[in-house]
Ligand binder design. Sequence first.
Ligand SMILES: Nc1ncnc2c1ncn2[C@@H]1O[C@H](COP(=O)(O)OP(=O)(O)OP(=O)(O)O)[C@@H](O)[C@H]1O
Length: 314
Amino acid sequence: MSAAVLTPPVIEARVGRTVAAPVLSMLGVCKGFGSGVTRNEVLSNINLNVREGEFLAVVGFSGSGKSTFMKLLAGLETPDRGELLMEGKPVQGPSPDRGLVFQNYSLLPWLTVRGNIALSVNSVFRSWSKGERRDHVEKFIEMVGLTHAAHRRPHELSGGMRQRVSLARTLAMKPKILLLDEPLSALDAMTRSVLQEEILKIWEEERQTCVMITNDVDEAILVADRIVPLNPGPNASLGPTFTVGLDRPRRASELNHDTTFKGLRNAVTNYLVAVRQKTRDDEESLSTAPLIELPDLQPRSLSLPRKSILNATT
Ligand SMILES: Nc1ncnc2c1ncn2[C@@H]1O[C@H](COP(=O)(O)OP(=O)(O)OP(=O)(O)O)[C@@H](O)[C@H]1O
């Protein structure tokens, strides 16, 4: 792998033919946890522009810092260095403008599907009439196919249904940017593929700016306009952009035989494997721990009486 491939670029996106304005920008962002010898530098020099209307996927291995990256975008963590800008203004904390869907649904267990979504809608659209808010809630319940289960509480729903509620709740708040933090990783493969297509369908209708974190390269290619790998940490940085030139609407069943899809899957996977190997090699070559020569000791039998052991050692 050439050094150029591993150099984190400042990423620009093209939506259609024109370059859209960045909605969200990360400029030289660094983030770590702890202090002194226990300090863990998780993210280093992250530069990224998320453009209006694009679907960006960030792929990476477990533990590379994906959730930390997403928490920064959501305003749940603050950068140690660098800047995070939303429409040119510094991000000060969480905001309904940046709607986050987690991998664990975080629904309120005592509220129904309708109640969970209504709670968010009522808090964001306070100036709307009761009727407007009610219609809005019902629209999003229908969008995720849960009208029949609107009266149920989270414990009466399957994992896939809970994640649908979580998605509907976030979409209903009409965020300027939708942040999906491995939203499907807790689901079984069948439910996951159904929900992938549903997210894609909703996105194709709304064309909302979206950043999705995933550890699944196929999923990233299915949904995204651009894929950016997060190199393994510590000091994780972003890898090069892979543009997904596949036509929309996309359907997973059709893509499996598509040569562009297969080529892109190989390119992204090969990059991730190579960069992980490079990180391991670097770690090994940097390991400066001196070799310790152990003394040549012979074990003594502890079954002997205590007195004879003491005598033998003196
Ligand atoms: N609040 C925190 N305090 C201390 N360390 C943290 C904190 N949050 C994350 N980390 C550390 O940062 C590193 C990256 O964690 P993060 O959860 O961002 O990775 P990830 O790529 O999302 O992992 P996974 O895919 O396994 O969920 C880990 O070493 C983790 O222990």
